[in-house]
Design a protein around this ligand. Structure first.
Ligand SMILES: NC(=O)CCC(=O)C(=O)O
Length: 264
């Protein structure tokens, strides 16, 4: 399973339109590496902390130009081979005018999965005041096993990952805009989620300064034993890894802790 985590710079100095045009080319280049699963970060078009830009950029997922452009890359303009692509997340506007932080995923089966972030970050500002909370947990079937989707702040809520596990999660795919200031929380919690659920973790973060907040990078792939397979630095980069998805079943069989859960 060949995975590319696109750790993108989401700087205040770059206009969202310039950024997505640039990133589409980066994803296009990734095709040449044989990447099978490509993962973009959270709110990478507008930025995760530039709250004032969200309302102006909010739109239905079906109308998003960046998603449409990436979709062409994903399918190689319809002439395949197709990639599995986590498009990152976007400020979605529903017909009722509600905003959500919505992650979009699509694989060669053509089925699109959308995950509206359940845990909103910001306490008394940002997502909490501008966006609605997602309600549904989302898993996706893939040739490598069941993928569970989560977004950034969700990482702090282990009960979400237990629910994903109950739905068959074998690999956790996360998009984020996690600040540098709390990057050690990110590193520890990614490992914790991998160990406690015995899953591969594929987590893509942003770098740069957005809404005045320095983002921390350190995108990572963690194996189901909790080993860091690869970790990015603090600049823009693509983290490429080859992993064996069979390690999930092997780990669960060698250390069958999930059988000892007491659900009542
Ligand atoms: N975009 C986010 O969800 C930020 C989360 C964060 O900063 C934290 O949990 O700390």
């Amino acid at each position: 399973m060949r995975v590319s985590l696109m750790q993108l710079a989401v700087d205040d100095a770059e206009a969202p339109e310039d950024r997505w045009t640039r990133v589409v080319k980066l994803v296009e280049a990734e095709r040449e590496t044989g990447a099978e699963l490509v993962v973009l970060p959270e709110l990478w078009v507008t930025g995760g902390f530039d709250y004032k830009s969200w309302t102006g950029h909010a739109e239905p997922i079906a109308d998003s130009q960046p998603i449409a452009a990436l979709e062409k890359v994903r399918t190689h303009d319809g002439s395949g081979p197709e990639m599995w692509l986590h498009f990152g997340s976007y400020v979605e506007r529903t017909p009722e005018g509600i905003l959500y932080n919505t992650a979009v995923f699509r694989g060669p089966d053509g089925k699109q999965a959308q995950y509206r972030k359940i845990h909103r970050f910001g306490f008394s500002e940002g997502e909490v005041t501008l966006m609605g909370p997602g309600k549904d947990i989302v898993t996706v079937s893939s040739p490598w096993g069941t993928l569970g989707l989560a977004t950034c702040y969700d990482l702090r809520f282990p009960e979400l990952f237990r629910r994903l596990l109950n739905q068959g999660m074998e690999h956790m795919v996360m998009c984020s805009a996690w600040p540098a200031k709390r990057i050690e929380h990110w590193r520890v919690l990614l490992k914790a989620r991998a160990i406690e659920n015995q899953v591969f973790v594929f987590a893509t973060n942003c770098v740069g300064t957005n809404g005045g907040v320095a983002l921390g990078g350190r995108s990572a792939v963690i194996d189901p034993w909790g080993n860091v397979v690869a970790e990015a630095g603090t600049g823009e980069e693509v983290l490429r890894v080859d992993v064996d998805p069979a390690l999930v079943a092997q780990t669960r069989s060698a250390l069958p802790v999930l059988n000892d859960r007491r659900l009542r």
